[in-house]
Design a protein around this ligand. Sequence first.
Ligand code: FEO
Length: 171
Amino acid sequence: MLSEKMQQALNGQLKAEFYSAYLYLSMHAYFKSINLDGFANWMYYQAQEELGHGMKFYDFINQRGARVQLQQIEAPKTRWDSPLAVFEATLQHEQKVTGLINELVELALGEHDHATNIFLQWFVSEQVEEEENVGGVLEQLKLMGETKGGLFMIDRELAKRNPGAAPTETD
Ligand code: FEO
């Protein structure tokens, strides 16, 4: 059984993951609006991943016999100044999420809630990957994103993101 505090905290993270999906969909729409379809593709899959993260929390809360309480999701920003600004915001967002996951781990450890701690360890590793992936694109943008040619090259690269079972935009 989850403590009341842990139940609330996990419900909060469920919302944060769905907000992440919302944010990345908004970034997807922004990239579509400026005809950078490869960047848009990357964000589309990123949003799918976040929905998956949210569902992991949803299922875990239920599995532990606790109550899912869905909360209001705030509207994300809809415009950015440049692709570079989008990826700076993305890295910042992922760093914030890493902080949230770490706080949850601290709470689980403090409550000696080993099952929740083990559940959260997947997210600890996932955040390392998330920050690395976003940081990689950001570095490319800093190196080559100033010119149209550089941006086009990165766009073509990001068009290849296609992780396994995630649906495509046309599905
Ligand atoms: Fe669910 Fe990108 O962290």
